[in-house]
Ligand binder design. Structure first.
Ligand SMILES: [Zn+2]
Length: 114
């Protein structure tokens, strides 16, 4: 619905001054309105994609941390070292104990602190 009022406004997208017929008009043209909308949609897509990437990046760590017992491969992944180093680490830790095939997460955490 148009009215007889003429209001000077500044376009949100191109920052040019224009004369609007309502006080709620934000854009100088349909072209600026569409361009600004597309920019916002594109920014949302990029943000959503970045969030998905971050979640995928941290998912393997969360999966490993959810386990009660960890395999040598899991421990080497958590510690960021080779599987051979993890075997050496396990050999030192279990020298006077019964040989376990799997690590407990608390055992890994305690060794990280010390
Ligand atoms: Zn404009």
């Amino acid at each position: 619905m148009s009215s007889n009022i003429k209001v000077k406004r500044i376009c949100v997208y191109c920052s040019s001054e224009f004369v609007a017929q309502t006080t709620s008009t934000k854009y100088c043209s349909k072209k600026c309105n569409s361009a600004h909308y597309k920019t916002k949609v594109r920014a949302k897509k990029v943000e959503r994609s970045n969030i998905e990437t971050t979640q995928k990046k941290h998912k393997p760590i969360q999966d490993v941390q959810a386990k009660e017992f960890l395999s040598v491969k899991d421990v080497s992944f958590l510690l960021g070292c080779s599987i051979r180093s993890t075997y050496t680490f396990r050999k030192r830790r279990t020298r006077n104990r019964t040989q376990n095939k799997y690590f407990r997460l608390s055992m890994v955490n305690n060794n990280l602190i010390n």
